[in-house]
Ligand binder design. Structure first.
Ligand code: CA
Length: 326
């Protein structure tokens, strides 16, 4: 508890710092992701290509109280029920990665300064919008496995049953919008740095993100760092970005504004969302989730990795908000 309070003070201090230069990560090295396996990380619980499976993120265990130090009351200290906005510096950065599926070609993008939510939108935050009569109520699970908002300890957990439209509704209500995909990657890169993961180039581990504990063995026991479920927002501060954003790799997938395209050929370079589509739109999701592991071809924990969510009315995804700079 005391540690969390101390963290909060530090993070509040960070709110006013646009740390494009980075204040704690000296990471300028090349990407070192381990694309060693042909398995493309389409794992139970993640999965993004299974667009019609509304239960794909049901990885929680109803009886698991996995973090006894992270009750909703505690989270009232560590993570506010209000969206906390972090300044992300603008500039030119290289978006994408030559070796990652769907993330090529790398291309330069210019992003204006903007604000990004410090955390994935939590259940507590989202339900305030529902209570205000603005956001659509999340669907309850149709199985015995509850969604995060159905759990007694669900308040600090990320929303995992949000349609893209619900995400848009929440962000608008909170005074913002969804980030463009370019903004999301700029933020994940700590303000556009040449790094592989939000914390730098070191390979992912459960010290830094909520992920799968091993590349193979797709069982719930391997998910969420062995807990089988998502963890409260900001449970891995060692994995924060230079500006202090939490969980930009793992925990829950995050909707962005853009419509899915298989490559970046023709993508805008001004930081805006790419929404030109002639087919039924599938929106982009970013950051991987609790079932992701870096030892896959797609390496969804990588800052450049991307996948597609379901149709806007599908559920099973989380998000965080952005807003324009003042
Ligand atoms: Ca995330």
């Amino acid at each position: 508890m005391n540690v969390k309070r101390l963290m909060l003070l530090v993070l509040v201090a960070l709110l006013g710092t646009a740390a494009c230069s980075g204040d704690d990560n000296d990471n300028s090295a090349s990407n070192n992701d381990q694309n060693t396996d042909a398995h493309n990380n389409i794992t139970p619980g993640s999965d993004a290509n299974n667009n019609n499976n509304n239960d794909t993120n049901d990885t929680s265990h109803p009886d698991d109280q996995t973090d006894s130090d992270s009750t909703p009351a505690d989270t009232g200290v560590a993570v506010s029920d209000e969206v906390e906005w972090i300044a992300i510096p603008g500039g030119v950065f290289t978006m994408g990665h030559e070796k990652l599926m769907w993330a090529h070609p790398p291309h330069q993008v210019t992003v204006s300064p903007f604000f990004m939510a410090r955390t994935e939108t939590t259940v507590a935050q989202y339900m305030k919008c529902v209570d205000a009569g603005v956001c659509p109520a999340p669907k309850n699970s149709s199985s015995s496995i509850p969604r995060n908002h159905e759990k007694p300890h669900g308040g600090p957990l990320p929303m995992d049953a949000t349609s893209w439209n619900g995400a848009v509704a929440f962000c608008t209500w909170a005074g913002g919008r969804l980030p463009s995909e370019a903004e999301w990657e700029c933020a994940a890169r700590g303000g556009g740095q040449d790094i592989a993961y939000p914390w730098g180039d070191e390979l992912p581990s459960c010290d830094r993100c909520v992920m799968k504990t091993k590349p193979f063995g797709d069982t719930p026991e391997d998910w969420g760092c062995g807990t089988g479920e998502m963890q409260p927002a900001c449970s891995r501060p060692a994995g924060n970005t230079a500006q202090g954003l939490c969980d930009m790799a793992g925990n829950t997938w995050e909707w962005v504004q853009d419509i899915w395209q298989d490559t970046y050929d023709g993508a805008p370079t001004d930081g805006s969302a790419w929404e030109d589509a002639s087919t039924e739109p599938k929106r982009v999701i970013r950051g991987g989730n609790l079932t992701s592991h870096h030892n896959y071809t797609a390496n969804f924990l990588h800052v450049s990795a991307r996948d597609r969510g379901g149709r806007p009315q599908d559920i099973g995804w989380g998000f965080r908000c952005a807003r324009d700079s003042d």
